[in-house]
Each structure stands twice: as C-alpha cells, then as structure tokens.
Design a protein. Structure first.
Length: 164
C-alpha cells in the first residue's frame, strides 16, 4: 500500500499519508483554521459595507441637523481602524507570517471594542434596547476572546503553520 497523496512512500496507519506528506499537510491552513480564515474574509467584505451605511446615515443626519455627534464620529473612526486591523490580520494570516499570533489577538480584541461601542454603549448611555444584532455582536466578541485568543496563543498547530 502506498501514500494516498504521493503514491510513492509507505503510509502511516492513522492518516494514510507518508511522513513527508503529513509534514506538508501540517503546514497548511486547514481544519479548525478555516473558521478564523472565514471570519477574516467576511470582515474584509462587510466592514466597508457597514462603513458606507454608517457614513450615509451620518451625512443624512448632518444635512437635517447640521451637527455630527461624538458617537457617530467615534463609530466611523472605529470602523476605519477596525478595517485596517482586519486587513493587517488577514495579510499576516494568509501569508502565514510569524506575527500572525499577535495580529489575531489584536483582531479579536478590536472585535470586543467594536461590540462594546456598537452594542453595549447605546444600551447604557442612550437607553436603547437589546436586539438580535447587538446580542450576536457581544456573543461573537466573547467567543473570539474566550476561544480563539487562547487557541492562537497556546496551540502547537499555530506554531507549525505560521512560525517557520
């Protein structure tokens, strides 16, 4: 029986791959790492849409009232910074750079700041009610901090894939 990938060497019993093919597979972004990869891609696509919607709402409000509130200006600045952080984290992640751990920790912490600004702050300061989007935002940030940050900091898989 030969390796299922290269058809040259004797395979390991567990995986069906030879040692060389197993080492090559271990250095790829696959398995559980598809989830943060998908999150980065979705963020890169939807953050500009959110920024456009926010700037449209701010400009409409400005044309009626003549002022821009501190909350709206902060929200626009936060989305711009969040897009930059997401672009940086995506670059590090998909180029499999050594700084991926730090970039992903910053990305998930920025998600917490975003959830606090867009979900918790309006409820506490302006008396807004919790809706599904706010709850989802806070839960997503909580999952990012409690699950993904420890994974990126402690997992030996991250060292295999991103640290050469």
């Amino acid at each position: 029986m030969k390796c299922i990938q290269c058809n040259e060497n004797e395979p390991n019993k567990e995986s069906g791959l030879c040692h060389a093919c197993e080492e090559a597979e271990a250095c790829k972004i696959n398995g559980l790492l598809y989830l943060p990869a998908a999150g980065l891609i979705f963020s890169l696509f939807f953050l500009p849409v959110q920024l456009f919607d926010l700037v449209s709402a701010i400009s409409e409000y400005f044309s009626r009232s003549g002022i821009i509130t501190w909350y709206a200006a902060g929200a626009a600045a936060l989305l711009i910074v969040l897009f930059g952080i997401t672009a940086y984290a995506s670059w590090q992640f998909f180029q499999r750079k050594r700084q991926t751990r730090r970039a992903m920790v910053i990305y998930y912490l920025a998600g917490v700041v975003s959830a606090l600004w867009f979900a918790v702050l309006p409820v506490n300061l302006f008396g807004a009610t919790w809706d599904n989007a706010s709850i989802r935002s806070v839960l997503t940030a909580a999952i990012g901090v409690t699950c993904w940050i420890p994974y990126f900091l402690k997992s030996p898989r991250i060292g295999q894939v991103f640290v050469r």
